[in-house]
Ligand binder design. Structure first.
Ligand SMILES: [Zn+2]
Ligand SMILES: [Zn+2]
Length: 135
């Protein structure tokens, strides 16, 4: 049993690591179940939570709709959330550029450890699609 749990957790981890973007829990489950039909949705979801708590994978939650996505990158970086297709993309703004704001929060007696920022917008693919429509 223990062994099987470890294998399923590894499988979940490997699926996220080889995914090119930011899969939702459902994306991960669909990929895994296409090859391993015996693994349950609850198991995949539980393993994703465990892996992100352990810091092995990243977790991105959009505040616009509460959708959760997972990430093979675990170092701090910013995300964009597409309001058209719901996709999450990496935004290449340097992380420490915005830490400057921390100085002001410190004056309020708050010590900052990390921060998260999600840009709401429209991804490149959706913008291209919209352009095509008007041509
Ligand atoms: Zn989009
Ligand atoms: Zn990311």
């Amino acid at each position: 049993m223990e062994r099987r749990n470890t294998m399923q957790k590894e499988l979940t981890y490997n699926t996220v690591m080889s995914y090119p973007g930011h899969p939702s829990a459902d994306d991960v489950y669909r990929l895994i179940s296409s090859e391993h039909s015996t693994i349950s949705k609850a198991t995949v979801y539980r393993n994703l939570s465990l892996l992100s708590e352990e810091g092995k994978i990243g977790r991105v939650e959009s505040f616009a709709n509460g959708e959760v996505h997972y990430d093979h990158r675990t170092e701090h970086h910013y995300h964009g959330h597409c309001i058209r297709c719901g996709k999450v993309v990496d935004i290449s703004v340097p992380y420490d550029k915005i830490d400057i704001l921390g100085a002001e929060a410190m004056e309020d007696g708050f010590s900052i450890i990390s921060h998260e920022l999600i840009f709401e917008g429209i991804c490149k693919e959706c913008r291209d699609k919209e352009k095509e429509k008007w041509n």
